[in-house]
Structure formats: C-alpha cells, structure tokens
Design a protein around this ligand. Sequence first.
Ligand SMILES: C[S@@+](CC[C@H](N)C(=O)[O-])C[C@H]1O[C@@H](n2cnc3c(N)ncnc32)[C@H](O)[C@@H]1O
Length: 247
Amino acid sequence: MSAATTSAAIALRPDLASVLDVNLAAYQALAEDYRVTSPLRMRHAAEWLSGQLNDSRKPLTGRALDIGCADGSHAFLLAEHGYEVTGIDFSPRMIELARNRRPDRDGPLFLEGEFLTGKFRDARGELVALEGQFELVVANAFVHLFPKPVDDEVVKRALDLVASGGTALFSTTVEDSRREAYLGKAGADGTYVERWRGHYPKEDFLSLIRDAAGDRFLITDLPTTDMRGKAWLTVLARRREAPDGRG
Ligand SMILES: C[S@@+](CC[C@H](N)C(=O)[O-])C[C@H]1O[C@@H](n2cnc3c(N)ncnc32)[C@H](O)[C@@H]1O
C-alpha cells in the first residue's frame, strides 16, 4: 500500500484513541463558548426537553443520566422536572462549569470521565461506577461524535443503561448524505475547533438505533429544530417492560 493510500485510509477511519484525543481538546476549547451561550441554550433546551418528555408519555420521575452533559444545561432542567440526575462528560472544563452552576444548592451529580471506558470521577476525584439503570438516558448530540462502527457500540451501551419501562433519547442533525470526518466547528465566541463528526440522513440514524435496540425497545422519532433553525432528529427508544420488571 502506498503512503498516500495509507494516509487516506487513516483519514477515513482513524483509531478511536486519536478521535477521543481530538474531541476532548475540541470540547475543552468550546467550554467558554458553552458558558457564554448558556442562557440561550437553557431556553431552547427547556422547550426541546419538554417536547421530548411529553411525547414519551411517561411520568417524569426516577433516575436520569445525561451522557455528554457539557455545562449541565439539560441535567439541571431534568432535575427541575423531578429526576434524580447524573451527568457525565470527559471534558474537565465542561464538568467544572456544570458543578459551578449552582454550587449552593443540591443539584445533579456531575462525573468526569470518558463514556466508553466507564471510569468516572466525582468532585473529590474518587472513582465512581455508574450503578444500576436509569428511567431516562439522554444522549443529545453525542452519538455522532464517534466513528463507525463505534457509534453502534455507544448506542448499545446507552441502551443497556435504560431501566425496564424507561426511555433513551438520541439526537443528531438531519443531513442529506452519510459522511464522517474531522469537521470544523465555530463557537459563538469565535473559537474554531475540529472534532470527529458523523452526518446521518434520517433513515441511517434511525436504523442505527433500531438495529442496536432490537425488539427490546419501541422506537419512535421526532423531528426538531435547533436555535439556528437547523433540522434535528430525536429518536426515542422505550424499553419494553418485562413481566419480571427487569426489561
Ligand atoms: C456536542 S456536545 C453536546 C452537549 C449537550 N449534550 C447538549 O446537547 O448541549 C458533546 C459533549 O459530549 C462530551 N463528550 C464527547 N465525547 C465524549 C466521550 N467519549 N465521553 C464523555 N463525554 C464526551 C463533550 O465534552 C461535550 O460536552
């Protein structure tokens, strides 16, 4: 294989460790942008979440997990809805923002760590395992940050964390064609980063979730729009209740 072919192949399918390194650096750099845009994102997240949660037609109680929680916007909203919330994120800066949002009040538990390694640290630096399952698992704008076929593994692991009768939410932008690469992103504060990003047409994203879920889950999808008017898709996966209650 020529050097040119090798580097093209690497560019198309980089190893996961490189993707995680690049993405971590990107979200560390974007943390300030998240802090500055927080009020606007909170307003949008409030509308977005109540739309999704109403549609799930489930009582809003129990444990919720926000995977890739960033500065904690969704985690705080879920806590206001009555959930006992855990947020996880691998960016120390994002987790710091989340923990400092309302340090005076009891709020969500924020854990720092990479999702696939499953090793998380609390505010004292102690290793904490994600115990048990959750009535709600949110992976908003998260799955598309992993190269194929790791995206499938991420969805499966997220689904494994859903309790019997519980719901998982996965969202991504709706694109015309499937592609994945290191793509640029500009923050509102002018920060420019590159991170690994998959683009999925609606049917591709739906199939990703459906195939991972099998017949253990009921799948529905909801179109949404972001603050800039861009089309998004949220896929809800509701875990069927098993007769023994274990799903
Ligand atoms: C696109 S942002 C979405 C943030 C939030 N869910 C939202 O919808 O506003 C993705 C977040 O996931 C985190 N993240 C990305 N890859 C991760 C990984 N492998 N493990 C844990 N967190 C990760 C990033 O640090 C970032 O905060």
